[in-house]
Design a protein around this ligand. Structure first.
Ligand code: FE
Ligand code: CA
Length: 515
């Protein structure tokens, strides 16, 4: 039985389970484009990938403009844009319970090749997407872009317009794909047109709004993506089952379930990530032959609350080193014990030349107090230093080849050496960290970020002035990171330049500036 046929039958089995009475399959509404949200692909494997679309002729309506019935969607994969040669095809069912999103797992293809795909339903045909299978054997080069933090109200996605034109194999998104909160009037480039997202309907509408952006659609249609989330896909600074504002646990978990479901419905995620209530298995790894392995982490769903909360609310705050000994409690975890073990075992097994750890928040210690004394922000790895040390000790003890940590969250570029003891100048570098700036979210003050660099010798470079993304080119000899900086986030056609370039040589941890 082919994969596509099985997908179809599984879809039917799902339908049978969803309702005892026979359930009528409906066509997509005629005469209106159901593919307003574009197409996407993700999770490249040597023989396949995930294809995504969502039927929504009225994307901002609660029902997307779709009937409350299952709708069949045909998909096809071709060798080029003409689809003269179809290499795989099948039919999926778009369920109203899943906002008429479809996630197709295609198999049986060749490793390391470009493919083209499209969907059809009723009289509608989707835009053509392009995607690529992962290489299996030797490969001399892998180029990816990584990105984070794209508050819609803070600017346009000119960064994605440029990204879509880059010669990439892969895009990795590190979270804050949407923002649940809306800004005050008068201080925005464009508007959510709604307040804070709380319900499934709110989150669906928020994703639909973001996905209507043509530049974001272009970047999804051009490459396969790997994705993880940070806090704003649900609630600022949330930690596990704890909201920022101290909601009862059940209330917050219901909100988290709604947010996770909407996330799944709008991302090219595999079936293993299908949510179940307030849980969704997002952490995963992807292999790109002997050249690279990418570990994608979830630093939100399983974490302990931030240490030493303030009197009024949970979430991150800046604490004095002396005032918060709880920070170093070895029982505290950022990833949760299951994920920590999964990562340790993956790092023990990997034979890849480059091992990328794609995750949300800055990992390098960042003392925020100029001069004597130390103060730390508790929502990133500085709130979980024992867990960070366990991870860095694993990298050193296992002799993991060329670990590179990719991070987002701070709306700034930052390039650092990762050390087991950041306070000991003699402590060896065990890994390199590249923090990418935000796609559009407003940056922090230039003065504060410069103080951070002056205060922390292992942070080699940081710049909060620009929005953009980072391109990482891997070859067997070295990794080169190009920090791409937008001129003006309020301009959808803004030019872009390379702000700085860093290289990590094979076998020598620590980035070095090249340009
Ligand atoms: Fe952010
Ligand atoms: Ca200090």
């Amino acid at each position: 039985m082919t994969l596509s046929r099985r997908t179809f039958l599984l879809g039917l089995a799902g339908l049978a389970a969803a309702s005892c009475a026979s359930r009528r399959i409906a066509p997509a509404p005629a005469g209106r484009d159901p593919f307003t949200l574009g197409v996407a692909s993700g999770y490249p494997r040597p023989h396949g990938f995930v294809l995504w679309t969502r039927l929504a002729p009225e994307p901002l309506a609660a029902d997307g403009g779709m009937p409350p019935a299952p709708v069949p969607v045909a998909w096809e994969v071709g060798a080029d844009e003409t689809f003269a040669r179809i290499l795989a095809r099948g039919e999926a069912i778009a369920l109203p319970e899943r906002a008429h999103a479809v996630h197709v797992e295609v198999g049986g293809l060749e490793p390391g090749r470009w493919y083209y795909y499209r969907f059809r339903t009723g009289d509608g045909v989707s835009p053509v997407g392009r995607t690529r299978t992962a290489p299996e054997g030797g490969v001399s080069r892998l180029v990816l872009a990584f990105a984070s933090c794209q508050h819609y109200e803070h600017g346009h996605y000119a960064a994605y317009r440029h990204m879509a034109a880059e010669p990439l194999d892969l895009v990795v998104h590190l979270g804050d794909y949407i923002y649940e909160y809306s800004g005050l009037a008068g201080n925005k480039v464009r508007s959510h047109g709604a307040g804070e997202a709380l319900t499934l309907e709110d989150y669906r509408r928020r994703y639909a709004l973001y996905r209507l952006d043509p530049a974001l659609q272009a970047a999804h249609a051009a490459f396969p993506w790997l994705v993880t989330w940070d806090d704003h896909e649900v609630d600022n600074d949330y930690a596990g089952d704890r909201s920022q504002d101290g909601d009862p646990r059940e209330v917050f978990l219901a909100r988290r379930a709604a947010a996770y479901q909407a996330y799944y419905e709008h991302m090219p995620l595999p079936r293993t990530a299908e949510p179940s209530g307030p849980t969704l298995r997002l952490y995963t790894q992807a292999s790109f032959g002997p050249l690279a392995r990418v570990f994608v982490l979830d630093g939100r769903q399983y974490r302990d609350p931030q240490p030493c909360p303030g009197p009024w609310r949970s979430g991150g705050r800046t604490v004095d080193k002396e005032d918060c000994p709880e920070r170093w409690d070895p029982a505290r975890t950022m990833l949760g014990w299951h994920q920590e073990r999964w990562l340790r075992e993956g790092l023990q097994r990997t034979r890849a030349r480059w091992n990328l750890i794609a995750q949300q928040t800055m990992m390098a210690q960042a003392d925020r107090r100029p001069g004597p004394g130390q103060a730390f922000w508790t929502d990133n790895w500085d709130g979980y230093p024992a867990a960070r040390r366990r991870l860095l000790e694993t990298l050193a003890a296992e002799g993991v080849s060329n670990p590179l940590v990719l991070s987002g969250d701070i709306h700034a570029f930052a390039v650092s050496d990762l050390k087991i003891d950041f306070d000991d100048p003699k402590s060896a570098r065990v890994a390199s960290e590249l923090v990418t700036t935000s796609i559009s979210s407003r940056g922090f003050s230039w003065r504060r970020i410069q103080e951070m660099v002056e205060n922390n010798p292992h942070i080699q470079f940081a710049d909060s002035r620009f929005r953009g993304y980072t391109v990482l080119e891997l070859t067997p000899e070295r990794a080169v990171a190009r920090l791409r900086a937008l001129q003006d986030v309020t301009n959808p056609e803004s030019p872009l330049r390379t702000l700085a370039e860093f290289a990590v040589e094979n076998g020598r941890p620590g980035p070095r500036r090249r340009a």
